[in-house]
Design a binder for this molecule. Structure first.
Ligand code: GAR
Length: 221
């Protein structure tokens, strides 16, 4: 169980699946010095494997099943917003949350909602990023943590990790190396935002001087 100290930002993680990035964030937040406290994990899919992981870690969970809302995205997002308010959430981390959010919701959380994406944005927005990177023959691939804006995978970048595409790489080997880097940069980016060392100003992220250094990491493998 994590504690909620006075200066730790109350953070919710939104998932749809296995939740390995969620787990990386929960692990980082076990440190009492970490500036965010993970107080809620919320899924739009009742069967998401990450929910059991969150419960095992002592974190409160909630499910808002998008299927119950049919095509009504606005009602789903309103339900989501209400649950976040009930838990006094200050920051939201999307971690494999495979639902497009309405502009209303995104604008309510502007500057307070982060996403991790498995490519070096602005390259390869959307799905199947590793397959498309291999098809394009890029020599470098990676992952990005960014603030969420209404346009999909388009928000201002907080942190990236780049790694070389190796001869013989498959979608699976590349995905595994990128995922390992996601687990490094997401906790680092959340720490920057929660501590106020990275913040959204208009269309750009403004960093405290000491935070700028790690904005882009080159991984060796
Ligand atoms: C991660 O690779 C994340 O970057 C990706 O889904 C995976 C979730 O894995 N997200 C997107 O593609 C969003 N556009 P996880 O559930 O193990 O964290």
């Amino acid at each position: 169980m994590t504690s909620s100290g006075p200066n730790r930002r109350r953070t919710a993680i939104l998932i749809s699946g296995r939740g390995s990035n969620m787990t990386a964030l929960i692990e980082a937040a076990r440190d009492p010095q970490y500036p965010a406290d993970i107080v809620l994990v919320l899924s739009n899919r009742p069967e998401a494997a990450g929910l059991a992981r969150a419960t095992a870690a002592g974190i409160a969970t909630a499910v808002i099943d998008h299927k119950l809302f049919g095509k009504d995205r606005a009602a789903f997002d309103q339900a989501l917003d209400s649950v976040l308010a009930e838990h006094g959430i200050e920051l939201v981390c999307l971690a494999g949350f495979m639902r497009v959010l309405t502009p209303w919701f995104v604008e309510r959380w502007t500057g307070r909602m982060l996403n991790v994406h498995p490519s070096l944005l602005p390259a390869f927005r959307g799905l199947d990023t590793h397959r498309r990177a291999l098809e394009a023959g890029v020599r470098e691939h990676g992952c990005t943590v960014h603030f969420v804006v209404p346009e999909l995978d388009a928000g201002p970048i907080i942190r990236q990790a780049a790694l070389p595409v190796l001869p013989g790489d498959t979608e699976e080997t590349l995905a595994a190396r990128v995922l390992a880097q996601e687990h490094v940069i997401y906790p680092a980016a959340l720490a920057q935002v929660a501590s106020g060392k990275a913040r959204l100003e208009g269309d750009h992220v403004v960093f405290a001087p000491e935070a700028q250094a790690g904005a882009r990491t080159a991984a060796r493998s």
